[in-house]
Design a protein around this ligand. Sequence first.
Ligand code: ACO
Length: 324
Amino acid sequence: MTGRIAGLGSYLPKRIVTNDDLAAIVETSDEWIQERTGIAQRHISDPLVEKPSYMAGIAAQRALEDAGIDGSEIDLIVVSCTTPDKVIPTMACCVQEAVGADGCGCFDINSACPGWLAAYNTAQSFIESGNCSKALVVGVECLSNFVDWEDRGTCILFGDGAGAAVLVADESASKNRFIMHATYNKAECLTAEARMQPKRWEEEGFLKSTMFQMNGRDVFRFAVTEVPKIITELSEKYSFDLNDIDLFILHQANARIIETIAKRLGQDISKFPMTVYDTGNTSTASIPSLMDRLKKEGKLVKGQKIVLSSFGGGLTWAANYIEY
Ligand code: ACO
């Protein structure tokens, strides 16, 4: 048995922050941001209401609704998140309460932006080993809490949001096919220190180090080098032809990164759907929420061959091949 994606859901905060809004607080412009990233706006959460646990809960409820499944039927919840509002209980336990899945297994995963793929692959392993039959896999991020709003190099990139999928064990679903990698080389090009470190508050600059620190050029180079490589590796490992792929659903970090990856793979850009222009980079939430949007628009349909791939801090990167 392997999990079939039976339902998808997502949540984006109500407040929209445009590039012009950002130009009022840092020295930048709509033209610069759009040209370098393809981003026109992002959704930023209300810190008192739209916390990660809240956004994850709503995305999960919507995915269950889409699947036509009651929360009580779920026997595993895995949430990927790097920016939780609570460490204990876990985000997965918060989702459990939101969907009424009392008693099921719950845990969180942190693998930066590819975290949702790590959560998906973990849930699939539970299903394939016979340890669960209906799983919720959620990706949620509230990056606005970890962005330095004085740093124009990073604050223009990120947005908040959540995405979720329901997996249902199905004999006819093909086996889960994926590759995951990480390297400590160049880890320093994307970092955020944990805030809860005794005594560190007394150090000068500690608070800044808990916000995203990024060398944009190194991250760009890493993404456009490693993502085409891992997708090619995936196609060789599982013997499929990239030309037969209907959709490449990539981490929505930057339109230029996605365009470069498409070119390096020799694939038409029309196979690479994007939401980055109106959501910004929502990290681990970006792939499931893009899938949800594609399904609602009728562009994600049964039988399609799909490659999912993401990259992020760690450095980490991953790719999946699915027959939807
Ligand atoms: N507005 C105007 N000017 C800016 C801005 C801004 N928002 N940000 C930087 N600049 C300036 C710089 O100060 C620099 O000026 P200088 O030449 O006078 O020194 C100039 O623009 C060029 O800066 P670069 O950083 O070299 O610009 P680059 O073309 O590399 O674009 C960007 C920067 C958009 C961040 C790019 O490097 C990038 O997209 N990198 C990948 C980032 C990413 O995707 N990160 C997240 C991935 S992982 C995850 O999701 C957590």
